[in-house]
Design a protein around this ligand. Structure first.
Ligand SMILES: Cc1cc2nc3c(=O)[nH]c(=O)nc-3n(C[C@H](O)[C@H](O)[C@H](O)COP(=O)(O)OP(=O)(O)OC[C@H]3O[C@@H](n4cnc5c(N)ncnc54)[C@H](O)[C@@H]3O)c2cc1C
Length: 115
């Protein structure tokens, strides 16, 4: 519902999650599990190094350095530097891609959850 107008219904159960809280909890779990977390760091290139990985990174102050890790998770979305560097998917073909757009509307809104 937006401004009292029913703008659409989904024929399945839906959930609304607090994405910021979810990510915060995942980061806390990672830290509690022994991971070191660095914010504002951009991976430029990654490679296999021994039985682990190394990534060249830039920090938000313009610094450049290398991070060595036992495990590497490519959660950097498309076009993923981890994917491109390590050739995980060998790239995408035109038919693998979709064009998506989004728009924002002004106004009060209420979330409707159907069970
Ligand atoms: C406007 C909008 C509305 C959406 N609404 C919904 C919704 O209502 N429900 C739903 O289920 N989905 C929704 N989605 C889709 C959802 O946001 C994505 O599917 C989801 O965020 C993908 O998660 P991800 O972790 O794979 O990638 P992302 O959330 O894109 O996270 C990738 C992260 O990697 C970081 N990153 C990128 N490159 C590098 C690099 N080289 N080095 C270091 N970090 C890097 C990025 O800064 C980012 O923080 C929406 C998307 C958009 C754009």
């Amino acid at each position: 519902m937006i401004n009292g107008h029913d703008v659409g219904r989904m024929p399945f159960r839906t959930y609304v999650i607090d994405k910021a809280a979810m990510i915060r909890n995942i980061i806390e779990d990672a830290i509690n599990g022994g991971a070191k977390v660095r914010f504002g760091v951009t991976a430029i290139k990654c490679a296999v190094k021994g039985d682990g990985y190394e990534c060249l990174v830039h920090d938000r102050d313009g610094g450049e350095y290398v991070i060595n890790a036992r495990a590497l998770i490519g959660a950097d979305a498309y076009p993923s530097i981890v994917d491109l560097s390590l050739g995980v998917t060998k790239g995408f073909k035109a038919e693998d891609l979709i064009i998506a757009t989004s728009a924002r509307a002004r106004g009060g809104s209420t979330w409707m959850m159907r069970r």
